[in-house]
Design a binder for this molecule. Structure first.
Ligand code: FE2
Length: 295
């Protein structure tokens, strides 16, 4: 149950993107801040339109991958691994009937699209590499930013699934840890349609799990610290289209099922510092002709 009495630190987005000392202090304390009106609504609409075009061009018969944060089923899937340098589509668990056919139109069945739109699609590239975001990232102290992963999350009405509490550095690990998440609200998000929820200050505790690829190619997640993530202390990050939620790679977060009749589209970017080491065991690897890039 979300803690209704607390709220996350929120600010009007700075015009040039650079975080003020007050914003930076709030981020360091809570591990998460909300910037209101960071992205122009028309840029959100353009991203949504481009996403519709990509979905229209996608043939669902070509893949039966689906995403489940509970089972990690997708992590052993070659299609998933390849999507680190491509644009892949992943279905909701409840999208298929017993015969393995989609229960409804593909537009209402996809959980997410990932993970390299920002390096492959020109419009996603433009959305992800604005001067304001570059200034914001610099003001967070990231000296050599690399945009490693992008995801467009659909969270469709009624079947948009729960994402259990986790830390993103589990999957986007560097030594030392440098992952920062950027969650852009493309639709309005509230508790009814499964907004993000964070445990304020939870980033100060250790990383609990580490996901990596074994020499045999299997993806495994090891428990490296069994302290609880305290998801009962989570606070909703309600957001309007154009708002940006910035969160530390260790910030515990989750989201409930979308039980509403509204979609909850969001775009996420993850950035690491290129000065840190990117382990060869991370699931996400790029071929030589599509290296990680900055702004
Ligand atoms: Fe996450």
């Amino acid at each position: 149950m979300a803690n209704e009495k607390l709220s996350l630190p929120e600010f009007q987005a700075p015009e040039d993107g650079r975080l003020s000392v007050e914003m930076r202090t709030a981020f360091d304390e809570a591990g998460v801040i909300v910037l209101r009106g960071f992205t122009e609504r028309r840029a959100c609409e353009a991203l949504q339109t481009r996403t519709s075009e990509l979905v229209d061009a996608f043939d669902p018969r070509s893949v039966r991958s689906f995403f489940s944060s509970r089972s990690n089923v997708q992590l052993g899937d070659d299609y998933f691994i390849r999507s680190g340098a491509d644009i892949g589509f992943f279905f909701e668990e409840d999208a298929f009937d017993a015969a393995g056919d989609l229960k409804q139109d593909k537009r209402h069945s996809i959980n997410k699209m990932g993970h390299a739109m920002h390096d492959i699609d020109p419009l996603f590239d433009e959305f992800s590499r604005t001067p304001e975001l570059a200034a914001l990232v610099a003001s967070l102290g990231v000296e050599h930013p690399l945009l490693v992963q992008s995801m467009y999350i659909f969270k469709p009405p009624r079947i948009g699934g729960e994402v259990v509490c986790h830390q993103d550095s589990t999957y986007l690990y560097t030594e030392p840890e440098t992952c920062i998440g950027f969650w852009f609200a493309i639709d309005d998000a509230d508790e009814d349609n499964g907004c993000m929820q964070f445990v304020p200050g939870g980033h100060k505790a250790p990383l609990r799990r580490l996901n990596y690829r074994t020499a045999e190619g299997a993806l495994v997640t090891d428990v490296i610290d069994d302290a609880p993530l305290n998801d009962h202390m989570s606070v909703p990050a309600c957001a309007a289209r154009g708002d940006l939620v910035i969160f530390h790679g260790r910030a515990p977060h989750m989201s409930a099922q979308n039980r509403s009749s509204r979609p909850r589209h969001a775009y996420t970017l993850h950035i690491v510092d290129g000065a840190a080491q990117w382990p060869a065991q991370n699931w996400l690897q790029r071929p030589a002709d599509l290296p990680f890039r900055g702004f």
